[in-house]
Ligand binder design. Sequence first.
Ligand code: TRP
Length: 331
Amino acid sequence: MKKQILSGIQPSGILTLGNYLGALRNWVKIQNDYDCKFFVADLHSITVDQDPEQLRKNIKSVIMQYLACGLDPEKNTIFIQSHVHEHAELGWILNCSTYMGELSRMTQFKDKSKKQENVKVGLFDYPVLMAADILLYDADFVPVGQDQKQHLEIARDIAKRFNSTYKKEIFKLPEGYITENTAKIMSLQEPTKKMSKSDENKEATIFLLDDRATVLKKVKKAVTDSENVIKYSEEKPGIKNLMNIYSAVTDKTYSQIEEEFKGIGYGKFKEDVASAISDILDPIQEKYNQMLLPENDEYIKNICKKGADVAQKIAQEKLKEVYEAVGFVTK
Ligand code: TRP
């Protein structure tokens, strides 16, 4: 039996180079070795305001970007979270095993709620829904970035508490899945902050669908320092970030990169970084454009439908167990 892996990305915009290098590229690598489920976290995305028409587009687009990046629908279960209503249902049950105090301590909630006037209950509750996503499928491993580790921890806490309250090992305790050389890609404009698809400043982020000219423009504008020396150092977050990106897309080590750009200034370095990024993005965009063709509409719909059917079978079973454990009666 292969181990279970589950992960998802919110459809809050076009995916970024950070999503690709930090997540998707690794998902593609592990798809043969694990039983993987990858979903689009649309229920999570409405915890902040979304324009409905834009959201509809983004959900479909993320599915197509998954496929364009190389996720194989024959090997993985690919689905849209809201197609499997058990996620929301288990979320409710788990709400009743979660403390206000522990949710109040989530750093992502604290950060996001600071930026808003009317903070929604859904934003506060976000980690519980995420726990439901994970626990429904007995995930052994959850590939998540650093920023989601706390959410994984709380999922484990909730699972443990539920199991002990109802004296039954209903939920498996998930572990983080940390791959080697997973690149953490930072904002081009504020290189101490993670690159994010919802950054207000579009120049901070390279999107998977940016063309060569746009990538070049953004990399050229990337914040660096005035030293004009390509050296990997914590004190040079801008250059460090560009080196990280270059290393991730070319597989070169930091010392190889330092060697390659010895005596060469930031101008040329940035051009080479931009070009290396686009070399990775070109084939992804080619596949994506293919999928955009109207004749592929059905194909994509079918993948989502098949994925949701597979996921739902498993989710239903788990939810049934949960309902029994808490004392609900059958129809
Ligand atoms: N919170 C995750 C993010 O923003 C997305 C997500 C939702 C997720 N549910 C999940 C990731 C379950 C892993 C497992 O990146």
